[in-house]
Write a protein that binds this ligand. Sequence first.
Ligand code: PLP
Length: 418
Amino acid sequence: MLEMFEKKQSFEKFESKVWLSSPTMYDDSMKYVMEAYETNWMSTVGKNIDEVEAMVCEKVGCGHSVALSAGTSALHLAVKLAGVKPGQKVFCSDMTFSATVNPITYEGGIPVFIDTEYDTWNMDPVALEKAFELYPDVKVVVVAHLYGTPGKIDEIKAICEKHGAVIIEDAAESLGATYKGIQTGTFGDYNAISFNGNKIITGTSGGMLLTDDEAAADKARKWSTQARENAPWYQHEEVGYNYRMSNVIAGVVRGQLPHLEDHIAQKKAIYERYRDGFKGLPVSMNPIDFENSEPNYWLSCMILDKDAMCKQVRGEQDALYVPEHGKSCPTEILDAIASINAEGRPIWKPMHMQPIYRMNPFVVRDGNGRARTNAYISGTVTDVGMDIFSRGLCLPSDNKMTAEQQDRIIEVIRACFD
Ligand SMILES: *Cc1c(COP(=O)(O)O)cnc(C)c1O
């Protein structure tokens, strides 16, 4: 397929790869890591951990934070705190990274996927309300803010309150983003952020559970360090986990956290440069509810107009398209971006389309999304998530990308529509 594209037009490659989103390091991180090394606090206890927990609480405005080995660990402990038991259904975002929903499965819960809305590409409150009609016993909702853009938090909160459901907020991608001036990661009862290598702030890995509930934070801290009881020997009354953050990783995070606002500004500039650069093309950027929210612009994405799509077919492992003048598709554009040594990525494939979750319920605005999907010929788009997945893509959004590099990426994308 790359060959096919190169026949259409070819551009000079970048010497060093332009990444989707890569870590940005500062000298301070090295200083704090060295401090840990020189004082021999090389375990899951130490000053860096204490500092990072305090810094995040101050920035985000949460009561308590527990530094963990990953965002996924935070989500797992959140699911446990929410009391999810085997066989219980849990509503969750559908168009998201699998780590949003896998922890439900770890606890034996059954993820029920809620379709996406077009305004922010997040959980659709209308579909969520429908889901409570279909499954009135559900008591836990896991909601993510995709690509750093806050979803319709007020609507979702109101629906959850009405139905007495606990909210787990997956703010792994949205650290620093605000909704009505309030930071994401504070709207749920239990909230998760991530310091994974491609996130806006990274410790190479790591994550955090955020909550205003002190007892919950204490429980999570205990569970994350093997659930030891207060006894002279290893005494256990509950199942424990090895989920605590390392003091070395905390040192990396500690040196980087003060730069969060800089990273957001850099990523916002990238978003705006793409938006301006695509003027006149039959595409739009990932949508933002500017009236209520200020994203962290973690990843810039684009979506093609329906009538600008050339024929594209995706199987479970690969994709094909037929190049067409004046039209394009995500597969062609991703090939074009890759051909100049830059990294784009398809939109996160919705969970209801994943083979592992093919039997799980999926709810769209007007009811059972599975029934609807089955009623159509396969390959036809029948829900919002599937539609955005088929027409959208993530653009190289690295904060170290230069304006000149970005301009070349824009040029290459424009050429796809020749
Ligand atoms: C990255 C990510 C996670 C998982 O975080 P890790 O720190 O990698 O475990 C969870 N949810 C979403 C939406 C993410 O993007």
